[in-house]
Design a protein around this ligand. Structure first.
Ligand SMILES: Nc1ncnc2c1ncn2[C@@H]1O[C@H](COP(=O)(O)OP(=O)(O)O)[C@@H](O)[C@H]1O
Ligand SMILES: [Mg+2]
Length: 426
């Protein structure tokens, strides 16, 4: 798939998902409103019924005002009775009527003096405990002596919103399912993008590999051609030069093939480590020496500052040496001027710490998180003046992990880079 195609799919799918989510939101809102209306209606019918019964009891005709039950606020209902009402009876009737309509929510109810709106009687009924405490006589706070009390009935549902939300169970399941779909989609997209990136890196790698393998093959081919056709006429000096060329180019080829094979082995997780006790300092000195010819060519320096008091580790010497060489090789390759490399060791709580620091071109912050990915090379426009496969650091990381160690990087562009390895000591 081309990058554009993926992008188009991504955009279309996002639009579809946003539309789907909006529709769901609209429906959620509608459902909530419908539930709320049903709730209000039930409460009003219940309160009207309670009022009628209370009024009949008090010897009055049915409700006088046109709108007997009023919804003062979203969860606050008032029935204007203007009658002498028995609080216990009111409480009991309310209980019955609400239960009849499946309104098992907690509520508070109160009787107000209709003249001055003072609370005469109040009770809180919790949702689960639907029983009225009949033993406690209702408290009448004050009564104007001689006057016939005139009460209004008020009911508050403090948990109305959560009650309604709970009633919307089905909607939560469907919203949950939709969110799952969104998550699944995001995950799929993430995987596709990752695969895409890997595929691109692999293409780069193959182009790179072809080039890297072709050079020595061509050189060997040319040299052997000369030897085959004109070996009698060549001076011993030129002969040696051609032999040396073939030998060194063959070495290069072998090293490269080995590297690729190494990586393939790592991929199949068949890395069999031959662990033994090795002296890390000796290993560092030896590896450093391998780099010396290249450093001399570029007037560079490698400084070893080996401070660790206990340099013994239990490790596979060959792999660790390869990993160290990879880092030194990078430090040399990615220095624009004469390479200045500094290697230091130190014992820490976690193990032995090895720092490999250069004053090279550095790595931008944004690329640092990809460094240890297989085939990854920091993009340098279209010019790749430094050859490589992008395998070195992923190999380093794999080897460190196989030894229960770790590798971290710290780098500033144009200033230099420092790789830190930590290996457990023996
Ligand atoms: N010391 C360093 N200084 C600057 N860039 C580095 C350094 N080491 C690694 N890099 C960057 O990280 C990339 C990955 O390194 P590596 O895995 O060794 O691959 P390779 O060296 O084959 O390109 C390199 O292509 C380079 O861009
Ligand atoms: Mg490298």
């Amino acid at each position: 798939m081309s990058r554009q195609k993926i992008q188009r799919i991504l955009v279309l799918a996002c639009v579809a998902l946003v539309a789907l989510l909006s529709v769901q939101l609209v429906w959620l809102n509608k459902a909530y409103n419908a539930q709320e209306r049903a709730f209000n209606h039930s409460v009003q019918v219940a309160l009207t019924s309670v009022s009628d019964q209370l009024l009949t009891k008090a010897g009055k005709e049915n409700l006088t005002s046109a709108e007997p039950v009023q919804q003062v606020a979203s969860n606050f209902f008032v029935a204007e009775l203007n009658a002498d009402v028995d609080p216990a009876l009111a409480s009991q009737l309310l209980q019955q009527e609400l239960a009849k309509r499946q309104l098992h929510d907690r509520y508070e109810f109160g009787l107000y003096n209709s003249l001055d709106d003072t609370l005469m009687f109040g009770k809180y009924i919790a949702a689960p405990q639907r029983q009225l405490a009949t033993d406690k006589a209702p408290v009448i706070r004050h009564e104007v002596a001689g006057a016939v009390p005139m009460y209004n009935l008020a009911v508050v549902f403090p948990g109305k919103t959560s009650f309604i939300l709970k009633e919307m169970e089905f909607w939560w399941y469907s919203t949950g399912a939709l969110l799952l779909v969104v998550l699944f989609f995001a995950y799929t997209m993430f995987q596709i993008l990752r695969e895409k990136r890997l595929a691109e890196l692999k293409t780069d790698f193959i182009n790179n590999l072809t080039h890297e393998l072709q050079t020595p093959i061509t050189n060997i081919g040319l040299a052997s051609e000369v030897l085959r056709k004109r070996s009698e006429t060549l001076s011993p000096d030129r002969l040696t030069r051609y032999h040396d060329l073939i030998y060194s180019e063959n070495e290069r080829l072998r090293a490269q093939v080995e590297r690729v094979l190494q990586m393939a082995t790592l991929e199949r997780q068949e890395l069999a480590l031959k662990k033994e006790t090795i002296d890390l300092h000796a290993l560092l000195e030896e590896t450093g020496q391998n780099l010396t010819p290249r450093l001399q060519q570029r007037a560079g320096h490698l400084r070893l500052d080996l401070q660790a008091t206990n340099p013994l580790i239990h490790a596979d010497g060959l792999h660790v040496a390869n990993a160290l060489y990879s880092l030194l090789d990078n430090a040399e390759k990615y220095s624009a001027q004469a390479p200045e490399i500094e290697v230091s060791t130190q014992n820490t709580d976690q193990g032995i710490l090895i720092s490999i620091r250069d004053r090279g071109i550095g790595i931008k912050q944004e690329f640092q998180k990809f460094l240890f990915d297989k085939f990854y090379r920091v993009p340098q426009g279209n010019v790749h003046n430094v050859k490589g496969f992008g395998l070195g650091l992923s190999y380093v990381k794999a080897i460190m992990e196989a030894h229960h160690g770790q590798v971290t990087v710290e780098s500033t562009e144009q200033q230099g880079t420092c790789f830190r390895l930590v290996l457990p000591v023996r």
